[in-house]
Every structure is written in C-alpha cells, then in structure tokens.
Ligand binder design. Structure first.
Ligand code: SAH
Length: 367
C-alpha cells in the first residue's frame, strides 16, 4: 500500500510535490530546491530530458564547433605528456552532455603517440537520459569507457578531468543579509500557495562589507569535488583538472540564480524541473577550495585566450581548406562564437587545477 501511494505521488508534477513538501515541512533552502529541480528522479530537469542543442534549451561550446572538443582533447594529451605518459591514465569527463566533446577529443587523440593505448575514459553522469545518448554517441570509441554517478567511483591512478559547463549545474546555497544578520535564502509558499523566496534560519558567518538585502552564494558540491581531487592527489597520483564555465573572477554579493528555457531567461520558481537552473561559477572561491585541498590553481583565463593560445586559428584554417562554402561559413561563425569577447570568449573562463609537482599546463605556463 505504502509503495503504491509513493508511486502515485511520484506521478504528480514536481511543482505540486514541492508545494506539498513545503506545506508539510516548511520552506526548503535554495540548495535543496535547485537539487530537486535538476536531479529529482521523476521530475528533475537533467534526470528526465535532453536539453542541449538548437532544439533544446541551451547550446554549449562543444555543440558550437568541433574545434572546442579537439583543443580540449589536445590539452589533456599535453597534460598526459607532462605527467610522463603514465599507463594506465584515466581521463574523466564530468557532465558529458551529448558526448560531443569526448567524441571530438577522441578523434584528436588518434594523432598522439601512445595515448589511446594508455587511456581509459570515465564518464561521470547522473542523468540516465543523457547517459544513454553518450553511450550511443561513443559506441565505437577506441578506448575502454566506463560510466559513473560520482567522481569518487572513478578508478584510482593518474587522472585527468575535463568539465565544461558542469559546475554551473551544481546546486548553490544562498544567504541573505537582513537586519544585521545572515539568513538562509529559502523557497516557501506565498499567500496563494505559489512558490516564493523567503528567508529562513540565521546563519553564523563572518562576511564584512555587506549591505541590507545582499546575497552571498556558496557551492558546497564544488568544494567537495575539489576536496575529492585533493585526496586523490595526496595518494601520490598525478591529477589535473580543467574547469570551463561562465562566471566571475572575483567573489562578490549578488543573486546569480537563473532559469533558462528555449534559449531565453525564465523565472527560477515558475516551472520547477522544466527549465534549466544554473548559477554563475565563482572562480575565486573555486581557486581557494583547490588550494585548501593542496592543489595548484592556474588561471582563470578567458575562454577566448585559452582557445587562441592552444591554436584555434590554425585548426580553423585547416578545416577551412577542405570545406564546402556552407561548411566554411559554419566553421568561421563557430570559431568566432567560441573566442570572440562579445560572445563566449570573455564570459566563459578556464581554470586548470593540478597536483603539486606538475608543471603549469598549457597555456598557463606561457601567458
Ligand atoms: N558538458 C556538456 C554538458 C553540459 S550540461 C556540454 O558542454 O555540452 C551539464 C551536464 O552535467 C549534463 O550532462 C548533466 O546531466 C550533468 N550533470 C548535472 N549535475 C550532475 C552531477 N551532480 N553529477 C554528474 N553529472 C551531472
């Protein structure tokens, strides 16, 4: 009986289940709300749909141009060489989306002596829907592939991690300054039983310089991720990780929680689970978390600088040589979109984290 009731309950839209939960237990934190919207097994955004691409809600860099995945792949290959070409090496991608970046990286690795024989690829993905798409896309990969729900489950040993637009999808916590104290920002119910932001318990945190109403954001799951990398490095294995995301270089106050649906901004509370929910990545905090975990942090640098330094233009020109006129147009606009400061080139930033003893990975050593 209980199981049946639970199954019926799961069929209710996520919005209704959240309202019932809040009516019963009180407001939930922004972090719990974001977690439910993104990952709820029955109604969560990533758990239930394939959102990436022109027909979806948003387009990511690997979907803009094959050059992105190829250059990120070559970055990983250079790091593997700087580690002394260990065999075996695990190359892990966090949140691989449609598998496009990895497919392009694997193609680039064909020209790197010894890498395909040394590497195995670990895909860290929580969404069954996207995992299935990745499996189909990478079916004929020339290296062993494994899928995992958590980075902790990836086999030990030398490790190279790639994460594009992954961190922004991890839940954030928000606290708000009210009457001289910090309070947890929560989602509760308004007078008409609609979802509304409310303020919860006070939080004991010292953060000077805040004005009434200021919001401060944290991303506990990102801190945990860096701690996990630090633990792996402390076991003596070389570790390097590349984080590419949109966000800011300096920490500050402000609400960056946003919903995106069909390539447009939406109200984060309007359709829980049906719109993508993200928040800016705070690279300063990320760097601090890396250093606290005993790792070196390089950057962040703008995505445009990163890709141009790794040879975006040379790769573009090589592709242009054997392109039809229509293809040439797409190659040119794609390359420009990735690197142009008015497009993705500046807002997106790149941070490389390495275990102590590894040389700064390209292009961080040179710029
Ligand atoms: N990197 C891809 C996809 C970005 S979208 C690209 O650039 O196109 C975010 C990806 O992270 C999706 O694949 C989503 O299912 C996955 N994801 C979100 N939260 C996750 C988590 N906590 N653990 C593992 N994967 C997660």
């Amino acid at each position: 009986m209980g199981a049946q009731r639970k199954a019926l309950h799961a069929e209710l839209p996520l919005a209704e289940r959240l309202r019932a939960r809040i009516a019963r237990d009180g407001p939930i934190s922004v972090e719990a709300y974001m977690q439910a919207c993104l990952a709820d097994a029955d109604g969560g955004y990533y758990a239930t749909r394939q959102p990436i691409g022109k027909d979806g809600d948003f387009v990511t860099a690997p979907e803009v141009s094959q050059i992105f995945g190829e250059l990120v792949g070559l970055w990983a290959a250079a790091v593997w060489q700087s580690m002394g070409t260990p065999r075996p090496t695990v190359i892990a991608e966090l949140g691989p989306g449609r598998g496009t970046l990895m497919a392009d990286a694997l193609r680039a690795w064909r020209n790197v002596p010894g890498l395909l024989a040394a590497a195995s690829v670990a895909l860290v993905e929580t969404s069954p829907a996207l995992g299935a798409i990745q499996k189909a896309r990478l079916a004929d990969a020339p290296v062993p592939l494994t899928w995992h729900e958590h980075l902790e489950d990836v086999p030990q040993g030398p490790l190279i991690v790639i994460a594009n637009e992954f961190l922004d999808a991890l839940p954030i916590r928000q606290i708000v300054r009210r009457d001289g104290a910090w309070r947890e920002r929560c989602v509760g119910l308004d007078a008409r039983d609609g979802l509304a932001f409310v303020e919860g318990e006070t939080v004991a945190i010292e953060e000077p310089g805040a004005a009434e109403g200021d919001i401060l954001e944290f991303r506990p799951a990102a801190d945990k991720l860096l701690a996990t990398l630090g633990v792996r490095a402390a076991k003596g294995n070389p570790v390097a990780a590349l984080f590419i995301d949109y966000g800011h270089e300096a920490s500050g106050f402000g609400d960056t929680l946003q919903a995106v649906s069909h390539h447009d901004y939406a109200d984060p509370l309007a359709r829980p689970g049906e719109a993508d929910l993200t928040a800016h990545v705070d690279f300063a905090t990320l760097k601090r978390a890396a250093e606290a975990a005993g790792l070196s942090a390089n950057g962040p640098i703008p995505q445009g600088t990163f890709l141009l330094s790794l040879g975006l233009e040379a790769r573009r020109d090589r592709l242009l040589k054997r392109a039809t006129e229509t293809q040439a147009e797409a190659i040119l606009t794609g390359a420009a979109r990735l690197a142009d400061p008015r497009q993705m080139g500046l807002l997106f930033k790149v941070l490389a984290v390495t275990s102590a003893g590894l040389a700064p990975p390209p292009p961080f050593g040179e710029i």
